[in-house]
Every structure is written in structure tokens, then in C-alpha cells.
Design a protein around this ligand. Structure first.
Ligand code: UD1
Length: 448
């Protein structure tokens, strides 16, 4: 690619390449998690706010000048990084202590600088969702190409194509996507795949576009419905939140608003898998069954009992689960982010389970780590055949991404002896005190 020139969607597909090198992606303060297996889990744990929602809500605040107060935002590295991205545009972002959880307070000035610098963007892929809001608010955006988790190429061609249909033009300049759109105009956009990030970027650009935008085959994740809710509070006019068709009537101006982030269904899945591995009975306070019904059904098929509880979600697990087949799909199917936990569960379940990863190529790297713990797993392209063994044995293993790292911790809870998960900075990108929360359920997990 030339250093500067028009950027076609296919070009962006080509430049993405594998992302997220092995080095820590941010200055997480932990480097290792040490797990000693054996204890069955009992008690209550409170789930935090959804990372994948909070990051987009913070980005959405760029759409209008004013004062925002976001509650239930997880204090994790990726949120700190997104806060830095906003500061680089001229916003003020700070935590404010309250009687319950701290709140993220954002002040967006009348003029912002439409730039997301490489030093920040290369550390986490979700930063690409700043493209839509900056374009809509400023008529231009200069965003470095994103990094992220280490599970294969993660192109942004659908983001570029969708924003292009609203009238944006793109160039690649010195490693930055330079997008310009003096006036965005509503359009009918059909996504070839219900991409979460592309849906969010197009949505955030379209709320200030002239006329009506329809996004068909939109992603339906609860985090997108949460984003729609904040945008509508800000004065946007979005119909169809949570469905595959989003209809957005553009407005001339938005205003600031306050919002509470939905609970993190992937963190919830982590605790469900943890009790599934060890056996026991837990309550996950604040969790929402309706955001993860297919996972709960699958875990039920494997022998767990899970039901909504007045406080959140109640789960009971026998000492050993049965295997089941697990294909990942866009929401409401089994999320790809649940997959590492399902593999960890199948590693010691009774029987054989086939896991099919339908979203990301190369998301099986952590399976080599599980094999080091004695797991019997055969992989072939996007399938993993997992033959359950009686027990894993603790070993030194490496976290390659957020969920893979957490899944190794989960596997360690049922293993004999100690499991040491290195490169645990990855885990800190998405979990607020995973070791402390699991310890509260009786597990032996320490962070250092
Ligand atoms: C988001 C989540 C991530 C989750 C994923 C799928 C955040 C911060 N991350 O990621 O945790 O695993 O959804 O549920 O919310 N694709 C293209 N071209 C594009 C965009 C996507 O080919 O322009 C492909 C991707 O390579 C992938 C699939 O579409 O194979 C799904 O990606 P997408 O839904 O966009 O995931 P993210 O938004 O990156």
C-alpha cells in the first residue's frame, strides 16, 4: 500500500493482518495468576458492567458536547485506554467515587480534535468504534489501524463500506485511516455479516446523518441495544434496538445523558464455567439470564442447573459435567467469547464434545496451553474435538488474550496442583479483580 492514497474496503481487509502481539497490551498491574485447584465453589459474586458495552458508550459521548455520568463501568485496562483516547481528543474523563460503584464522568467540550493516536489504538481493537462518532461530530477522523486480541485477522472492511454508503471517503495516510464526510446522508445498508463493531460504527455515524438510515442484518448483541438506549437518551431516533433491522432517523444535534451499563455476560459466563469445573452452588448477583439464554441451555444440557434469581443468576453444578457439542454463532447463539470457557469445561467433562468456531480464525491458540495441562483436544481448522479426561494437572501456561487467559484460570480451578497463568495483563484488560472475585467463592487464586 502506498503511504497515502484512497482506501478501498479490500485494502483495509488486506492490511489488518494478525493483531495483538504477545507483549502486554496495556499497563495492567498484574503479570501472573496463580491457581490451586480442588475447592468446589460456593457463595455469591457480583458481576461488573459489560466491557463490550462500556467501551462503546464512552465512545458515543463524543457525539455531543456536555457532561456524562456512566454507572457500572468496569475498572479495567481497556476502559482506561478508551478514556485516554477521549482525552486525546480534548475531553476530560475521571472516576468519581460514590456510595456504590465508582462512576465514570466525562466532559466533552464544544470542539474536539478528531484524532485517535497510534500509541493508544494499537493496544486495543475496540478503539475503531471512535471512527463513526468522530466523523459524525467533526466531519473527519484520523484513526490509527487497531490492534486487539491475538486471534487472527480482524478486518474493518464492513465498517469502511457502511460509512462509505453514508458518504464518508477514506484515505490511508502514514498508518492512519483518514476519513472525511462534510455531510453524512442516510442510506440503506445491508451488512454481509452481523458484525458488532461495524453495526456500532455505522449506528453512531447515522444518528447525526441527514435523513433515514436502515441497517439490515445488524448485530443483535445486548451491548448494541445498550448503546441504542444511550443514544436515544441523547436525543437520537433509533427504532429496532436489539433486532436485525435498525432504523435511524438522523437528528441535527444530540445532547449529553447519564447511563448505567448492562452486566457483563462474558464475565458471568466465566463464573458459570468456574462452578461447572469445580462443582458447587453459586449466585451471580446482577447477572441477566435473558442475555445468555442459549449458554444457560447448553450448560443445562451438560448437567448444570441455572435459573434467574431475584439477585441475578443461580447455578448448581454436579462434580462432573457431560460433554456436548458447541458451535459459536452471532447473538443470540453461543458467543465466540464463551468458547474458551466451554472448551475448559469439556476438557474434564464425561464424553466427547465438538466445538466449532464460526467467527474468528485462529482463536484456538490457548488449546496448546490446555494440552500442557493434560487436556485431550484435537483441532482441525475451526473445529476442536475435546475428549474429557478425569482431571487436568496444574502447569505453567500463558494467556494469549483476555478470555483465553480467564479460561486457563477456570481450567486450573479443577486441576490437580498449581496452575500459573503468565501474561495475565491480558486478563486485566477485561476483568476487574478476577482473582479476588473467585477467591470470594472459595477458590484459591492469587494475582501477582
Ligand atoms: C466484538 C467483541 C468481541 C466479540 C465479537 C463477536 C467488542 C469490543 N468486541 O468484536 O469480544 O468476540 O464482537 O461477538 O465488542 N469482520 C469482517 N469485516 C469487518 C468486521 C468484521 O470480516 O469489517 C469479521 C471478523 O473478522 C469476524 C466477524 O466478522 O470474523 C465478527 O466480527 P465483529 O462482530 O465485527 O467483532 P468485533 O466487533 O471486532
Amino acid at each position: 500500500m502506498s503511504a497515502s492514497g484512497p482506501l478501498e474496503p479490500s485494502t483495509v481487509l488486506g492490511v489488518s493482518g494478525p493483531v495483538g502481539p504477545d507483549e502486554p497490551s496495556a499497563e495492567g498491574s498484574i503479570s501472573r495468576l496463580i491457581v490451586t485447584g480442588g475447592a468446589s465453589l460456593e457463595g455469591k459474586v457480583r458481576v461488573g458492567g459489560a466491557k463490550n458495552s462500556a467501551l462503546k458508550l464512552v465512545a458515543a459521548s463524543l457525539l455531543a458536547e456536555g457532561h456524562y455520568r456512566l454507572c457500572n463501568v468496569p475498572r479495567i485496562t481497556d476502559v482506561e485506554l478508551m478514556s485516554e483516547v477521549l482525552r486525546a481528543t480534548g475531553c476530560s474523563v475521571r472516576w468519581e467515587e460514590t456510595e456504590s460503584t465508582p462512576e465514570l464522568v466525562i466532559d466533552v467540550p464544544a470542539r474536539i480534535e478528531p484524532v485517535a493516536p497510534y500509541e493508544l489504538v494499537e493496544q486495543f481493537r475496540a478503539s475503531i468504534v471512535i471512527l463513526g462518532p468522530l466523523l459524525a461530530r467533526c466531519g473527519e477522523a484520523r484513526v490509527a489501524l487497531p490492534g486487539g486480541d491475538d486471534f487472527g485477522p480482524r478486518p474493518i472492511d464492513m465498517h469502511v463500506r457502511g460509512l462509505g454508503e453514508l458518504g464518508a471517503r477514506f484515505e490511508m495516510v502514514h498508518g492512519y485511516i483518514h476519513a472525511t464526510a462534510p455531510a453524512l446522508v442516510g442510506s440503506k445498508i445491508l451488512l454481509e455479516f452481523p458484525s458488532v463493531g461495524a453495526t456500532e460504527n455505522i449506528l453512531m455515524a447515522s444518528v447525526l446523518a441527514g435523513g433515514v438510515t436502515v441497517i439490515d442484518n445488524a448485530a443483535r448483541e445486548p451491548e448494541i441495544a445498550d448503546l441504542c438506549e444511550l443514544l436515544n437518551k441523547m436525543g437520537a431516533n433509533i427504532i429496532g434496538a436489539g433486532s436485525a433491522t435498525l432504523t435511524i432517523e438522523g437528528v441535527a444535534e444530540l445532547h449529553s445523558a447519564d447511563h448505567t451499563v448492562i452486566p457483563d455476560r462474558i464475565e458471568t459466563a466465566t463464573y458459570l464455567a468456574a462452578v461447572g469445573v469445580t462443582g458447587g452452588e453459586i449466585i451471580i448477583e446482577g447477572a441477566r439470564h435473558d442475555h445468555m439464554a442459549v449458554l444457560c441451555q447448553k450448560l443445562g444440557e451438560m448437567g448444570m442447573r441455572i435459573s434467574p434469581d431475584a439477585d441475578g443468576l443461580w447455578a448448581l453444578a454436579p462434580s462432573r459435567l457431560r460433554s456436548a457439542d458447541c458451535p459459536t454463532l452471532p447473538y443470540p447463539g453461543l458467543a465466540t467469547d464463551f468458547m474458551p470457557f466451554l472448551v475448559a469445561l469439556l476438557a474434564t467433562a464425561d464424553g466427547v464434545g465438538i466445538v466449532t468456531e464460526n467467527l474468528f480464525a485462529g482463536r484456538f491458540r490457548y488449546i496448546d496451553e490446555l494440552r500442557r495441562m493434560g487436556a485431550d483436544i484435537h483441532t482441525d481448522t475451526h473445529h476442536a474435538v475435546v475428549r474429557g479426561v478425569e482431571r487436568l494437572s496444574g502447569a505453567q501456561v500463558k494467556a494469549h488474550d483476555i478470555r483465553a487467559g480467564a479460561a486457563l484460570v477456570v481450567a486450573g480451578l479443577g486441576a490437580e496442583g498449581a496452575t500459573i497463568v503468565s501474561d495475565a495483563e491480558h486478563v486485566a484488560r477485561g476483568y476487574e479483580d478476577l482473582a479476588g472475585k473467585l477467591s470470594g467463592l472459595g477458590a484459591d487464586v492469587a494475582a501477582e
